[in-house]
Design a protein around this ligand. Structure first.
Ligand code: IMP
Ligand code: MG
Length: 189
């Protein structure tokens, strides 16, 4: 299989002919994921971190990332929702599903798909800190710094992008397009 292939998709979604356009291709994603995993391997070589992935958007990123991590680790999920059906955050974050395990005194790494305003991540930090882990770091595939409303210190970052709505590789628009293997834009340039 050609892993470097890039393509635009014509899926004819809904009434509009939405044509996702590849912004970050498979090879670029793979290189970034390997780079982040190498940093985590180095920083946590004597530890057993708990990776807390944020559903739904981080599911593909997490799955790829953990397969490049050479450590003992545990995986947990939280499900947060903030966007509803649109492209703008409602700024009201809901904890749809919390942790299943105790993270007290554990080294936690948050695995996020994309940090936009920062409001979701800030909410998650509050929720996790209440459970008194010994440390929390943040690993995000994408950041949109120009959109930030809350300062977030991202320890491991894949890509910084301009203010642009992306889909694919786990990211959705109204629950569509999560399955696309590349990061795509659905906006007209
Ligand atoms: P924030 O609270 O504004 O930082 O938004 C965080 C959440 O909004 C992410 O975890 C995503 O689920 C969603 N989100 C933000 N930007 C995008 C985007 O460009 N595409 C898809 N989802 C996004
Ligand atoms: Mg989303």
């Amino acid at each position: 299989m050609d892993r470097t292939r890039t393509k635009d998709y014509n899926l004819g979604y809904m009434e509009a002919q939405i044509q996702p356009k590849v912004i970050i291709n498979r090879r670029e994603i793979e290189i970034a994921v390997q780079r982040l995993a190498a940093l985590i391997n180095k920083d946590y070589h004597d530890k057993k971190p708990v990776l807390v992935a944020v559903l739904k958007g981080a599911f593909i990123f997490l799955a790829d990332l953990v397969r490049h991590i050479d450590l003992k680790l545990e995986v947990e999920f939280v499900c947060l929702s903030s966007y509803g059906q649109g492209r703008e955050s409602t700024e009201e974050v809901k904890l749809v599903q919390g942790l299943c395990s105790d993270i007290r005194d554990r080294d936690v790494i948050i695995i996020e798909d994309i940090i936009d305003t920062g409001i979701t991540t800030n909410f998650l930090l509050d929720y996790l800190n209440q459970q008194e882990p010994s440390s929390i770091k943040i690993c995000a595939l994408i950041s949109k710094p120009s959109r930030r409303k809350v300062t977030i210190d991202i320890n491991y970052l894949g890509f910084e992008i301009a203010n642009r709505f992306l889909v694919g590789y786990g990211l959705d628009w109204a629950e569509n397009f999560r399955h696309l293997p590349e990061l795509c834009s659905i906006e007209d340039d």
